[in-house]
Design a protein around this ligand. Structure first.
Ligand code: FMN
Length: 195
């Protein structure tokens, strides 16, 4: 599948079959993330792949924490409580989850604390994620980019025993749905030629 076809055909998938993704295919997807461009070639990402019982156990923790924080989130009038629940349910039904962390090296210079560096880092990680979901599409595998669970940062760090920050979770599996393309803003609304 060529790149444009993968870009046009990709959809966020929220219903997966039980079929597993074999390790060879999964590593192709991950390697495409590693090949992404990154600011100063910093490669500021770490990927943690979780499946089976370990995934189930983590999601039990997520649900417990969600319950604990639900009251508080409701008091705040948080609009995303419903979508968080939904995203956790999707993760429960997904064969494999890839947790993406922002890795910070131990020699933190002032530059690396600057907003310039932070913005560059986030873009680098976004590029890696996009590579992976497009590669998945080209291999016939569905994906969902999930940030709803970012508020469970502390729990994720503890579970994976890392000081790195969680940036996103990507759910991968064989699609059990064919969603329509979601609307996009028009070209003229967002593009300006400054010639
Ligand atoms: C940074 C980011 C975070 C997202 N987080 C979630 C999420 O937590 N839960 C979810 O169901 N979808 C999530 N999505 C998927 C978006 O809802 C989806 O990309 C958007 O609605 C467009 O649909 P499409 O991906 O099918 O084109 C996320 C997408 C991005 C890029």
């Amino acid at each position: 599948m060529d790149t444009i076809t993968a870009i046009e055909g990709r959809r966020s998938i929220r219903k997966f079959t039980n079929a597993k993704i074999d390790d060879n295919t999964l590593s192709k997807i991950i390697k495409s993330g590693i090949l992404a461009p990154s600011s100063k070639n910093s490669q500021p990402w770490r990927f943690k792949i979780i499946e089976g019982e370990k995934k189930d156990r983590l999601l039990v923790t997520f649900n417990e924490q969600l319950k604990r924080k639900e009251k508080f989130l409701k008091i705040l009038g948080s609009p995303w409580i419903g979508t968080v629940k939904n995203s956790i349910q999707i993760m429960e039904r997904t064969p494999v989850l890839v947790f993406i962390f922002e890795h910070r090296s131990s020699n933190q210079s002032i530059l690396k604390l600057s907003s310039f560096w932070q913005r560059s880092t986030y873009q680098s990680i976004g590029a890696a994620i996009e590579n992976m979901i497009l590669t998945a599409t080209s291999l016939g595998i569905g994906s969902l980019w999930i940030c709803d669970v970012l508020f469970l940062q502390k729990e994720c760090k503890k579970y994976f025993q890392t000081s790195d920050d969680l940036m996103a979770v990507i759910a991968f599996g064989y699609a059990d749905e064919e969603p329509n393309s979601r609307p996009r803003k028009s070209y003229s609304e967002i593009v300006e030629y400054c010639r």
